[in-house]
Design a protein around this ligand. Structure first.
Ligand SMILES: *[C@@H]1O[C@H](CO)[C@@H](O)[C@H](O)[C@H]1NC(C)=O
Ligand SMILES: *[C@@H]1O[C@H](CO)[C@@H](O)[C@H](O)[C@H]1NC(C)=O
Ligand SMILES: *[C@@H]1O[C@H](CO)[C@@H](O)[C@H](O)[C@H]1NC(C)=O
Ligand SMILES: *[C@@H]1O[C@H](CO)[C@@H](O)[C@H](O)[C@H]1NC(C)=O
Ligand SMILES: *[C@@H]1O[C@H](CO)[C@@H](O)[C@H](O)[C@H]1NC(C)=O
Length: 288
């Protein structure tokens, strides 16, 4: 049952991501998911809600018919800011705000027509908790959202001067994951920025292997990316010390062989000369 719950939760998460990132639509994107979540988690009030930075988001209140409505309150708790409250009282037809400074967070329309909240556009600072409370004669109904803002990392792949290949996923949120095909000798570092983004850098070597092309695979909640590069030949030569030392030994042996050949040739030539001189000397003597 536990596994089933987890599976359902992840499916729900995926469907929310798809729904939220699929459009810049003003309609109440969460409604359908909420219905689903009500069926799956009967007592669950909070929903995790990943949203892409730069998109628009609409957060819905519990589905209560507006005629039963007395009061609507939105509580917005963002990191490092005083909690903001937006309220609407039907009786007096009045809206009220306390501590709300972000102009990108507003009612979708007049609250007596639609109590949903919109964020246009979503910024990295909108990570936080959003809760709608609807007061009715039968009591209060709550709906909470843990909004997680996603930022697509910028992915680069390059070869450094010392022959290592570097794959970087810059300023993503949350941190991206980097893997390689084929697997290499890798060091992965993470750098955390003050705004909540993370840069992931993976530096790899493929020494002593016959590797011509490498692929960096970056997986992230906002989508996966693959980049490939050819290893240049300089890297392969310098990257295989065993091979190059073999080659040096070969060269030394070859030059030694040539030197011996020259010396032998020289000695041989000298001997022939000596013999010729002796023969000529004997001939001269005979002539006298
Ligand atoms: C907006 O939502 C409505 C209803 O949900 C849909 O019919 C319409 O195609 C959507 N528009 C865009 C641009 O996604
Ligand atoms: C919903 O989240 C808020 C804020 O984190 C928390 O105070 C509250 O207890 C949560 N409610 C449920 C039912 O999990
Ligand atoms: C408004 O912010 C102040 C602190 O800046 C806090 O004491 C107060 O409770 C906040 N009001 C509401 C309604 O959250
Ligand atoms: C509530 O106030 C708005 C303007 O703030 C007005 O347009 C609307 O007609 C009012 N609704 C009712 C039911 O009085
Ligand atoms: C976060 O901070 C890093 C480093 O200062 C910067 O490169 C990046 O653009 C910032 N991202 C956002 C979404 O502000």
């Amino acid at each position: 049952m536990h596994t089933w719950g987890k599976m359902a939760a992840s499916m729900l998460l995926i469907s929310i991501i798809i729904m939220v990132s699929a459009s810049d639509n003003n309609s109440c994107l969460m409604t359908q998911v909420e219905m689903q979540s009500q069926r799956i988690f009967l007592n669950e009030v909070n929903t995790s809600c990943p949203v892409l930075m730069g998109k628009n988001a609409v957060l819905c209140c519990p589905p209560i018919a507006l005629k039963y409505l007395i009061i609507i309150t939105w509580e917005i708790i963002l990191r490092g800011q005083p909690s903001c409250k937006k309220g609407y009282r039907k009786e007096t037809n009045e809206t009220k705000e306390t501590n709300c400074t972000d102009e990108r967070i507003t009612w979708v329309s007049r609250p007596d027509q639609n109590p949903a909240l919109q964020i246009r556009p979503v910024a990295i600072t909108h990570d936080g908790y959003y809760r709608c409370i609807i007061g009715t004669p039968d009591g209060n109904f709550h709906r909470g959202y843990h909004l997680q803002v996603l930022v697509t990392p910028e992915v680069t792949l390059f070869q450094s001067r010392n022959g290592a290949v570097v794959c970087k996923a810059v300023a993503g949120k949350p941190a991206a994951q980097i893997s390689w095909i084929p697997e290499g000798d890798c060091v992965t570092e993470q750098e955390y920025w003050g705004n909540g983004t993370v840069t992931v850098k993976s530096t790899c070597h493929w020494e002593g292997h016959d590797v011509y092309t490498v692929t960096c695979h970056v997986s992230h909640l906002t989508g996966n990316k693959c980049l490939s590069t050819k290893l240049n030949s300089g890297l392969r030569t310098s990257g295989s010390p065993a091979l190059s030392s073999l080659r040096i030994i070969l060269y030394v042996k070859l030059s030694l062989f040539v030197v011996i050949l020259v010396i032998t040739g020289f000695v041989f030539f000298q001997r022939i000369n000596d013999v010729r001189m002796k023969v000529e000397g004997a001939g001269n003597q005979l002539n006298i």
